[in-house]
Write a protein that binds this ligand. Structure first.
Ligand SMILES: Cc1cc2nc3c(=O)[nH]c(=O)nc-3n(C[C@H](O)[C@H](O)[C@H](O)COP(=O)(O)OP(=O)(O)OC[C@H]3O[C@@H](n4cnc5c(N)ncnc54)[C@H](O)[C@@H]3O)c2cc1C
Length: 379
């Protein structure tokens, strides 16, 4: 039995842990916090992410508390609709939204059921390419493979001496949850995902997540002091979006502000250490795909390195086959964030190029061509 030590129990770490356990590895998953929990508010999961969740056995639980919006509206600062999009089978992807906590709990449930050993209060401080994970309490844990999924400020990645490019893109967002009103639950507008855009840098995204929760994402330029302030400045945001006055009145003290960052590495692995998720490929949230890519790359990592006994060959294959789609997603999302895809200003954000990741069939999920070949070979 091969053994993997994984640092960081976020969406990437949890998915990797389950996928390795499903392939017969013994798995220890370390989380620095006292308990595994998701920060942020709501999250979009597209068909690619749903396929990963199905493959790791977390889909059914995740879908018990979610929202499938019938439509997506782009609105100008006065509330005028400048674009309307529909998702579903004809578009090749559903647009599913839920709270982060719901997604996290579904993955945790599947991880524990698949025999993953989870250690909380367990902080990784670095790794050795020979396959050793170093912990803050002095332990040096040997493994066939170490996986760094400790997020954008990854200590494990930084200990490896890889060349890391981290680009602060000059934008960020405040995210929070509100309780949905009965009127919202029962109206067409209250069930749509709505992207409001003012003439400057302010964007306000309204996202129903389930029957109770409405996720609001206030994004703006990092230089917009008033727009990024916490608690949210209702006066300032009402000035940008007067038609949302009543909604903004309901916002309280809650929320957190995060800056967007795009990170790239010269290699996704070094020796027996692989880096996955925001630690390797963080992106701006314009396509709602950071966690989608993190989960796809975690599942495909387990698939590639479990396919044979040559670990380094598996790691090379993994990166060369999976990285192009992730980089396309990072680059396209960045262009949308910076407004340099001309179409994003009007209403045609969801072009086929924008949707390429969402409709992808991830390696390791049912329906992926390599999986079909594997199945045929077994028959
Ligand atoms: C405003 C905003 C909106 C977004 N919206 C979406 C969306 O709609 N859809 C989508 O797919 N993505 C979205 N994303 C991106 C998504 O949140 C991230 O890509 C995703 O959370 C990355 O998951 P991860 O597991 O790699 O890292 P993280 O979620 O950061 O998890 C890292 C984990 O490692 C733990 N950890 C950290 N350091 C250590 C250590 N040294 N030792 C042990 N444990 C450690 C942390 O406590 C944490 O649990 C959004 C991002 C932002 C900023």
């Amino acid at each position: 039995m091969r053994h993997v030590e994984i640092a960081g129990a976020g969406f990437a770490g949890m998915t990797a842990a389950i996928a390795f356990a499903q392939r017969g590895w013994s798995v220890r998953l370390h989380e620095r916090a006292a308990e595994p929990r998701a920060f942020g508010a709501g999250i979009f999961i597209w068909e690619n992410g749903l396929r990963v969740l199905k493959a790791v056995g977390a889909l059914e639980v995740a879908m018990q508390n979610m929202h499938e919006a019938p439509n997506y509206w782009a609105r100008d600062q006065h509330g005028g609709i400048v674009g309307e999009y529909f998702f579903g089978p004809e578009a090749g992807t559903r647009m599913i939204t839920m709270t982060r906590q719901n997604l996290h709990m579904a993955l945790l449930d599947a991880a524990l059921k698949s025999g993953v050993e989870l250690q909380c209060n367990s902080e990784a401080i670095g790794a050795d390419p020979s396959g050793v994970l170093h912990m803050a309490d002095g332990r040096a844990l040997e493994a066939d493979l170490v996986v760094a999924t400790d997020g954008v400020n990854s200590k494990v990645r930084d200990s490896l001496g890889l060349r890391v490019t981290r680009e602060q893109v000059g934008h960020g967002a405040v995210r929070l949850l509100l309780r949905r009103t009965e009127e919202e639950v029962n109206s067409i507008e209250g069930n749509a995902v709505i992207f409001n855009r003012d003439a400057g840098t302010r964007r306000l995204l309204q996202v129903p997540c389930d029957k109770e929760n409405l996720y609001l994402c206030f994004s703006t330029s990092a230089a917009d002091e008033a727009g990024r302030q916490l608690p949210v400045r209702k006066d300032v945001w009402t000035q940008s979006f007067p038609h949302l006055r009543a909604l903004l009145e309901r916002v309280g003290e809650q929320g957190r502000f995060d800056l967007f960052e795009v990170s790239k590495l010269d290699s996704w692995s070094k020796g027996r250490v692989a880096i996955v998720g925001d630690a390797a490929h963080s992106m701006t949230p314009a396509l709602g795909q950071g966690a989608g890519c993190a989960m796809m790359n975690a599942l495909s990592l387990a698939t590639h390195v479990s396919a044979g006994t040559d670990l380094e060959y598996g790691l090379r294959n993994w990166e060369s086959l999976e990285r192009p789609l992730t980089e396309h997603t990072q680059d396209y999302a960045l262009q949308l964030t910076l407004g340099s895809v001309a179409a994003s200003a009007g209403g045609t954000k969801w072009t086929p190029e924008a949707m390429r990741t969402a409709v992808h069939v991830p390696t390791g999920s049912v329906g992926n061509p390599s999986e079909q070949k594997e199945t045929q070979a077994c028959m």
